[in-house]
Write a protein that binds this ligand. Structure first.
Ligand code: KIV
Ligand code: ZN
Length: 513
């Protein structure tokens, strides 16, 4: 029998550390449910001690998820570990993941601790975590740049103290495949009790090698857990991408000889959900989940694929969840058909009130857009105003006028809590005028770092526009996403969604730093 490769998804923790990718509790819960449908083995739901918001999100996920193990990150101290244990109390399967940096650079400059202090703290943190749950993972942060002799001592001590998984992070994405793979193998060979734990890889993508390094850690090093995120989401250049690792191991089973128990047909829905929730757009040529991943433009390729699809295709689009854009619903569709479609898409709304709210928005959209696709429905339920977490700022109406040779003007009405505002402005274009109108009233002072527009469904200008706005204020970076057939309206929604995130006061502690 082939070995199993454990898929540990950290979209909701390491992925969320990406500037602007922070998610609300409801958004995280929705993604966690999708990860469960995808059948990931472990969901790292967050860093419970970093903020009350994170604690609540980990707790909600732990209470709701039954099939996957739910994990919470903790620094190597009793307070963090206790918060994780409390948040995970309702989980069917709980894991505590504790970490401390072990590279000279991090110990000296960041922690200001000696080797012996770090070793002692790692050991006692793992022992304490084991007194709270049976499944404990330990990570030596910046492990790949740590002195192997010292690292072996730390790892032996934490396995002795009860760590069941040892994860070796390449925190700064410095590795190259052969060297990283050999590093894992050497550690496993040199740590005397290495066979008492499962070994795991955790690679960042700064040099574009996170997936290659992770696979080398598996093939050369013998790791049996890969830590990864949907769409490779994560700080800087991101983390190892789940869809690429999973499809590499499945497609080249002849080489890896490993089984993964992922339901690959849920990959594209998961990719879309994460992209639409965070506003991090997937590049068209991204492997597996990019819009062009299965598109053959050249005549020779098209001809070949029509004659025998394996001439140019090594995976089948439908196996990773691509389905032709289907017209699923229209203006005559009723509430039951809408509810059924949500169920087919794996979307579970929390209450009847949310369903009614979503259905009202669906009807509104169907009045303006004759064909409603799956992507439209996902965008609709991703809209934060559909969910129970009511937003502070809400767009009420927008009118704009633009004409060749004239400076565009916009009038916007929006609510801020119970107060209704009306504002007017001109701008370089209708989008600029609309956002300036909002800003003229709110005077948030936020700096715009990114503005991007995408068609939700490709192929026609009938598509809804999906706008991402990234704002920065007082050191915080947030993304707002808005969708509408009218991209000026989508832009105003996205801007208000970003302001809503800035408005939510929760502060969090960075996992690394
Ligand atoms: O990259 C890293 O070192 C991490 C650890 C906290 C596991 O994310
Ligand atoms: Zn990381």
């Amino acid at each position: 029998m082939a070995d199993k490769l454990i898929i540990f998804d950290t979209t909701l923790r390491d992925g969320e550390q990406s500037p602007g990718a922070s998610m609300t509790k409801d958004e995280k819960l929705r993604i966690a449910r999708q990860l469960e449908r995808l059948r990931v083995d472990v969901i790292e739901a967050g860093f419970a001690a970093s903020s009350n918001g994170d604690f609540e999100a980990v707790k909600a996920i732990a209470d709701a998820i039954k099939e996957s193990t739910v994990c919470s990150l903790s620094r190597a101290n009793e307070r963090d570990i206790s918060r994780s244990a409390e948040a995970l109390a309702g989980a069917a399967r709980a894991r505590i993941h504790t970490f401390i940096a072990t590279s000279e650079l991090h110990m000296e400059k960041k922690l200001r601790m000696s080797r012996e202090q770090v070793l002692a703290q790692a050991r006692s943190a793992v022992a304490y975590a084991r007194s709270r749950v049976g499944d404990v993972e330990f990570s030596p942060e910046d492990g790949y740049r740590s002195d192997p002799d010292f690292l072996c001592r730390v790892l032996e001590a934490v396995i002795d103290a009860g760590a069941t998984t040892i994860n070796i992070p390449d925190t700064v994405g410095y590795g190259v495949p052969e060297l990283y793979g050999n590093f894992i193998r050497t550690l496993r060979e040199r740590v005397p009790n290495s066979d008492k734990a499962i070994w795991s890889v955790h690679c960042h993508n700064d040099l574009g090698m996170a997936v290659a390094n992770s696979l080398a850690g598996v093939k050369i090093g013998g790791a049996r857990q890969v830590e990864c995120t949907i769409n490779g989401l994560g700080e800087r250049a991101g983390n190892c991408s789940l869809e690429e690792v999973v499809m590499a191991v499945k497609t080249r089973r002849d080489y890896f000889g490993l089984d993964v128990t992922i339901d690959t047909t849920q990959i594209v829905p998961a990719s879309r959900m994460v992209s639409q929730t965070t506003g991090f757009v997937v590049q068209p040529n991204k492997a597996v989940v990019g819009a062009n991943a299965f598109a053959h433009a050249s005549g020779i390729h098209q001809d070949g694929v029509l004659k025998a699809r394996d001439t140019y295709e090594i995976m089948r689009a439908e196996d990773v969840g691509w389905s032709a854009n289907k017209i699923v619903l229209g203006k005559l569709s009723g509430r039951n058909a809408f509810k059924q479609r949500l169920q087919d898409l794996g979307v579970e709304l929390e209450s009847e009130a949310e369903l009614n709210n979503a259905f009202a928005r669906f009807k509104d959209l169907a009045d303006r857009k004759s064909e409603i696709f799956d992507e439209d429905i996902i965008a609709l339920v991703s809209d934060e105003s559909v969910t129970a977490e009511q937003e502070h700022y809400r767009l009420l109406s927008l009118a704009q006028h633009s004409e060749t040779g004239e400076r565009p003007r916009a009038q916007v009405a929006f609510a801020a809590g119970a107060v209704e505002h009306r504002a007017e402005s001109e701008g370089n274009g209708p989008v600029d005028a609309s956002l300036k109108a909002i800003e003229s009233k709110l005077q948030s002072g936020a700096e715009m770092l990114l503005y991007s527009v995408n068609a939700i469904t490709s192929g026609s200008t009938e598509s809804q526009g999906e706008v991402t706005v990234r704002l920065q204020l007082g050191g915080r970076v947030v993304n707002g996403v808005g969708a509408d057939p009218d991209i000026v309206v989508a832009s105003a929604k996205a801007y208000l969604a970003a302001l809503n995130k800035l408005h939510s006061k929760q502060e969090r502690v960075a996992a690394q730093g």
